[in-house]
Design a protein. Structure first.
Length: 191
């Protein structure tokens, strides 16, 4: 009686081919996952900026947008990976409008500079420390929708992976969010 079966050599060849395909697919999958996290962080930051502008217009009061330097859940060192909105009352009191919002895991704002130019100019405006001893940088949306950022400069924030936040060159995959200081409009740029 003759049985049809795979030989040991054939089985090892099939396992080797499967291993090779997995070795090729894993780096590509990591790149896709990193890109998705950057997209999610970009949408969150853009949405937060638009919400701050909308609240300033709707409430006819200044709204402060703060970018926080905190310890990310998957990071080794603190980075700018969260934001919050604050309403400024007529008496100068700040009321927090929303909880601290974190970017997607593994993403933060670039803190690097190249030839004296920052990749995130929004981090060069108004450093402060809040009541919880957290560092932040902030700017305000006025009741007319404009910002208190000087119109003579370009204002933007560049999102990168956490491990690339201090690199002096931009990585191949990043997203830059730009704010027009005169009307508060937000635009995204991606290579």
């Amino acid at each position: 009686m003759k049985r049809n079966a795979f030989s040991l050599v054939e089985l090892l060849v099939v396992i080797s081919i499967i291993g090779l395909l997995i070795a090729i697919a894993v780096p590509a999958w990591n790149g896709i996952a990193d890109g998705q996290r950057l997209t999610s962080a970009s949408e969150s930051l853009s949405g937060g900026l638009r919400l701050a502008r909308q609240l300033a217009l709707a409430k006819s009061t200044p709204v402060e947008f703060r970018l926080y330097k905190v310890m990310p859940s998957d990071g080794i060192s603190a980075s700018y990976c969260a934001y919050a909105l604050y309403q400024i009352t007529d008496f100068g009191i700040t009321n927090q409008l929303a909880e601290l919002t974190y970017f997607s895991n593994g993403t933060s704002l670039s803190t690097a500079t190249m030839n004296g130019t920052s990749y995130s100019t929004l981090l060069t405006n108004g450093p402060g420390i809040d009541s919880s001893s957290r560092d932040y940088n902030s700017f305000k949306f006025r009741p007319d929708g404009s910002t208190d950022l000087p119109p003579s400069s370009r204002w933007y924030a560049t999102l990168v992976r956490d491990r690339e936040a201090t690199n002096t060159t931009l990585p191949p995959n990043y997203i830059t969010i730009q704010i027009d200081p005169l009307n508060g409009n937000v635009r995204s740029f991606r290579p």
